[in-house]
Design a protein around this ligand. Structure first.
Ligand code: FE2
Length: 371
């Protein structure tokens, strides 16, 4: 964190706007960063109206704050929501229009102002990705926006910022990172560059997440998780995510389940569905994570992988949508809409087994009460 001002100076920023949320404001972290920045004769504002699952409404307020106070750069501080909000603010400042104009398969052409991303969770990996996920305030759709111009100019990754994360957030954001690594590795867009980061990340996360969950002050586990979250971000930014994320976004949009938690609810069942599409690749995941060993056949490794994911959910106390308290009739009535939205996001098309709308609907039904 002590290096943030040097990074701003190197990028020739003069009037940064810190983008953060109310929780971090109550902890005083953005204010401390502001003092640090203003001590170097820069003008620094704070926008703290970021909401979980960033909405177009909150983003438009951020755009006004940026323009009215003549800021020239963005410093996002927080979990995925402030970082994604800052990306969307920068995108709209540079390109005009509305967020929905740029959702996949469209893309914003012009790069926004300089953006330094500082994650406080381990994590979405958003500090190193070319994606932002924005909820349309009018339609409630959780839109995926992708483009090289969304990549932050710099990321400041400091695991000490994660030491105060509560256990639930640690589990959910950590499982999000694990999902990024696995989906990047089995994605149809996987490549030699993304594979290296994906394998390294899943190995670390599988080993360290239970420790970080029960021992929040374990520095080794926290540092390892932070590095792995960023590695997983590099992996999926270069290979894309797949069916779990495609199905997770509608669950988040309609039922306000935290992103990592809805991923966790889906990951075992979606993996069981998908392994036939890339048995060798999933088996490599199982071996990298240590749930299977080199002597296991691909088939045996994949059985162990699915079993391991179910067990891990129990260990991390992941509820089913039913146990989470969602209304059963409401859930089932939305399945056709959610299946259509999942398909439209493009992510299921990266899956090793590309599902039909009906197969996605069946998976939503399957995860409702767990196995
Ligand atoms: Fe994610």
């Amino acid at each position: 964190m002590a290096e943030v001002v040097d990074v701003l100076t190197r990028l020739e920023c003069r009037r940064p706007l810190i983008v953060t949320d109310a929780f971090l404001m109550s902890q005083g972290l953005p204010q401390r960063l502001q003092v640090q920045i203003e001590a170097r004769e820069m003008v620094c504002g704070i926008f703290h109206e970021t909401v979980p699952d960033p909405t177009t409404e909150a983003i438009e307020r951020g755009v006004r704050a940026f323009v009215e106070n003549k800021h020239d750069s963005l410093v996002s501080l927080g979990g995925g929501s402030p970082i994604d909000t800052a990306k969307a603010i920068g995108m709209l400042v540079a390109n005009g229009g509305r967020a929905r104009d740029y959702k996949v398969p469209n893309a914003p052409a012009k790069a926004g102002p300089k953006h330094i991303a500082i994650p406080t969770t381990a994590g979405t990996g958003s500090e190193v990705t070319r994606f932002t996920v924005v909820t349309d305030s009018e339609t409630q759709e959780k839109m995926l926006i992708a483009g090289a111009t969304l990549l932050p100019s710099a990321a400041v990754v400091d695991y000490e910022l994660t030491l105060t994360m509560p256990a639930r957030l640690t589990a959910d954001t950590g499982t999000d990172s694990l999902t990024h690594a696995i989906e990047a590795y089995v994605s149809r867009k996987a490549n030699g560059f993304s594979d290296v980061f994906a394998l390294a990340a899943m190995k670390t996360i599988w080993r360290e997440l239970p420790t970080a969950f029960v021992e929040p002050g374990n520095l080794r586990a926290r540092e390892a998780m932070m590095l792995a979250a960023t590695q997983a971000g590099l992996a999926f930014s270069n290979a894309s995510v797949a069916l779990v994320h495609g199905m997770s976004r509608p669950l988040g949009a309609h039922f306000h389940i935290p992103h990592g938690l809805s991923n966790a609810m889906l990951l075992p069942a979606v993996t069981a569905f998908s392994v036939v599409g890339a048995p060798g690749r999933y088996a490599e995941c199982a071996r990298a994570m240590g749930v299977a060993d080199v002597k296991d056949s691909d088939e045996a490794a994949n059985t162990k992988l699915v079993e391991g994911l179910y067990r891990r959910n129990e260990e991390l106390q992941v509820p089913t949508p039913k146990a989470y308290g969602i209304d059963e009739a409401h859930y089932h009535s939305l399945i056709p809409t959610m299946a259509a939205q999942a398909l439209a996001s493009g992510s299921p098309q990266n899956n090793p087994r590309v599902p039909s709308a009906e197969e996605i609907a069946e998976l939503y039904r399957q995860v409702w009460a767990g196995r």
